[in-house]
Design a protein. Sequence first.
Length: 140
Amino acid sequence: MPDDDGHPSLLWIVIPPVLLVSAFYIRKWYQARRLRLYGIGKGAPGFQTNVRRVRVTPEIAARIRRGETVSPDEIAQAAAEAEANGNGNEEEDPPRNSLAGRGVVEERRLDQDKSEPGPVNEWLPESITAPKKRAKGKKR
């Protein structure tokens, strides 16, 4: 589409960079909005971050396990009651590993015996439950 003087239209030169720059800023705006609305790590359903474990009474815990709906007020009241009753029992708990890092997946008690975990899958054959031994390479 040359103009009358033989030069190409400036639209063919200006439009592609404008589209690229606008796409960059639209993507930047969208990511900032998504981060503001949903936060980090909250995209998966049922996955929560920065959630503090709360000690509750056994009655509330049983109701939650049964699937009953428990109001946040009841949980807060039960947590306050459990904290009031639970402060005296902290000396009875065995000491825990205070040097555990942030990436610890499981919590272990220091007084448990590691030697006998007990038969978990006693009905399965040994070839399935035992780790496989690596075969030696064949000599050629």
